[in-house]
Design a protein around this ligand. Structure first.
Ligand code: MTE
Ligand code: MO
Length: 328
């Protein structure tokens, strides 16, 4: 059980393998949020999220092969991971998010929970995070345009978050929505934008509940930089990068498959599933190889792409009997 209130965590459990929030120091004795009361969970007062995250010691976590998410692949540098980004709300160039995402205010932040759940509502981010155990999770984030980076994310399982809201039996899919705030997101003011804001993504409920799917609130032991999707973004390690939606403000549980932004833009190029699959080419390029960043012109670091981004043992059963060429 990963969901627990801060006061339950004995200091002896604060190990290098799993770094827990040490909220006690940050308790302000502020009253209880109505949303939390609605969850019927142990209540704690507002916590200062950012100082806690800043205190994470990620190095010691990286070294532990006992971490089930461990990889011995070399992580990209923090600089590479935070200056080569896709975040169209701030522009279409890979350097735009690092240049312009500082304009985004991420505090206060809340997430609306809607649809097929027993406990819908508007939940302040701090309140949700209080119930989560933060872990380092080292994954390759692979973009559909054939580049990848290994990034030590800090986050918690998506399933732990979703279960708190008690999805009903009609909840077959989960839809995620990014913030719209034109005055802070210059890409949303652009006349040339192809995206019909807000950016939306979706998962089948069993994909969303898979232990590899997680919500990230940090990377490299630091609070998530705005350009990487602060204050909270999805990471789905076995799928192409565009599924990993950033700066989430709404999670809706639905009985029908939600329409994603990229399906709206180019349905023949970007499907709902978007599982990493070297066997199925993108209409405009092969998906057999990827460039592992950082690379250079002389050393492009081209490697073979693995089925499900290397997580096949863990996720292939989700797609048993499905035609993966049709369900791309
Ligand atoms: N809201 C939003 N989320 C988004 C995107 C975006 O444009 N807007 N781009 C996606 C794409 S195409 C990729 S490859 C990843 C990039 O994540 P990174 O910049 O942290 O590497 O974010 C995904 N999430
Ligand atoms: Mo991407």
């Amino acid at each position: 059980m990963l969901i627990r209130s801060s006061s339950d965590i004995p200091s002896s459990e604060i190990t290098p393998e799993s770094v827990y929030l040490q909220r006690r120091q940050f308790m302000h004795g502020i009253g209880v949020g109505a949303a939390m009361a609605g969850l019927g969970l142990p209540l704690a007062s507002a916590a200062a999220t950012k100082p806690e995250l800043a205190a994470l010691n990620y190095q010691s976590v990286v070294a532990k092969s006992s971490n089930p998410f461990y990889t011995d692949e070399k992580p990209a540098s923090f600089t590479d991971a935070s200056t080569y980004n896709n975040f169209y709300e701030f522009g279409t160039d890979k350097s735009d998010p690092a240049r312009y995402a500082d304009a985004l205010t991420t505090d206060p932040w809340s997430v609306s929970i809607e649809g097929e759940v027993a406990k819908p509502g508007k939940y302040p981010l701090e309140d949700m995070m209080k119930l989560m155990t933060l872990e380092e999770r080292i994954y390759r984030l692979r973009c559909v345009e054939a580049w990848s980076m290994v990034i030590p994310w800090v986050g918690f399982p998506l399933a732990d978050l979703l279960k708190m809201f008690e999805p009903t039996s009609s909840a077959k899919y989960v839809e995620f929505t990014t913030l719209v705030r034109r005055d802070e997101m210059r890409g949303q003011r652009s006349a040339f934008s192809t995206i019909d804001w807000p950016y939306k993504e979706g998962l089948r409920i069993d994909e969303a509940m898979h232990p590899l799917a997680f919500m990230s609130v940090g990377m490299y032991g630091k609070v998530l930089p705005n350009q990487n999707g602060a204050p909270i973004r999805l990471v789905v390690p076995w799928k192409y990068g565009f599924k990993s939606i950033k700066s989430i403000v709404k999670i809706r549980f639905t009985s029908r498959k939600p329409r994603t932004s990229w399906e709206g833009i180019a349905p023949n190029e970007y499907g709902f599933y978007a599982n990493v699959n070297p066997e199925v080419d993108h209409p405009r390029w092969t998906q057999r190889y990827e460039r592992r960043l950082p690379g250079s012109l002389l050393r492009p670091n081209r490697i073979e792409t693995q089925m499900f981004n290397g997580y096949g043992d863990q996720v292939a059963n989700l797609y048993k009997g499905m035609n993966l060429r049709r369900n791309y």
